[in-house]
Design a protein around this ligand. Structure first.
Ligand code: FES
Length: 219
């Protein structure tokens, strides 16, 4: 049975702010006050000056709220990025994965597919005319020398990020025998290359290396 060893624990994902809601709530009363001032007391010069001052102040205040609303998610993203980068690599013993089988694991909070291709699947992937592919890559480009049967990819569709089917037993593998993303109908072949549907590129191959004959380190 394959085992997954995480060298560090995953960190808690930071809360995501919703700036649009906050921004809309702040903008509404500002717009309403400016309109009331223009329509109700437009005669006196002094009132006109005060009105202009108010519009100026209101605009600055609005800009301030907008900048704060934009800055908060930026800070969150920067912190998420540092957090994600700090996560460790994983080591997976793939000895128990038989030809034709795949497992799902996770790395840096993303699903990862580890697949042991059958000789027929290796042949199927190798005979494809690479020039005809949307994202031209050979199977050798996506695997390690001497271990072309071990296909390791992120389980994240490159269209909009759904998790494709095909790694678990009994799941639909799509028209090209690899993975199928039912969200919008992307089909990947036995090298996890995009062959049909809206996904622009192949499933991503993460950085990985075999540190023994059966243990692979991802990351
Ligand atoms: S997210 Fe996979 S096809 Fe759209």
């Amino acid at each position: 049975m394959s085992t997954v060893k995480k060298t560090k624990s995953t960190a808690k994902k930071p809360a995501v702010k919703k700036p649009a809601v906050k921004k809309a709530a702040a903008a509404a009363p500002v717009a309403a006050q400016v309109t009331a001032s223009d329509n109700g007391h437009g005669g006196a010069e002094g009132s006109g000056v005060r009105r202009r001052d108010f519009i100026h102040i209101a605009t600055v205040s609005f800009a301030g709220v907008g900048a704060a609303a934009v800055a908060m998610p930026l800070v969150s993203q920067m912190s998420a990025s540092a957090d994600v980068l700090a996560l460790a690599s994983i080591e997976v013993d793939v000895a128990a994965i038989q030809p034709g089988q795949a497992i799902k694991t996770s790395w840096r909070k993303q699903p990862v597919f580890i697949r042991n291709l059958t000789p027929a699947e290796v042949e199927e992937a190798s005979k494809v005319d690479v020039g005809s592919l949307r994202d031209p890559q050979t199977l050798a480009d996506r695997t390690k020398p001497g271990k072309e049967n071990w296909l390791i990819t992120l389980g994240v569709c490159t269209h909009l990020g759904c998790v494709p089917l095909g790694a678990a037993a009994g799941e639909v593998k799509g028209e090209y025998g690899g993975y199928f993303c039912p969200c919008h109908g992307s089909h990947y072949d036995t090298a996890a290359r995009i062959r049909k549907g809206p996904a622009p590129t192949n499933l991503v191959v993460p950085e990985f290396a075999f540190i023994s004959d059966t243990v692979v380190k991802i990351g």
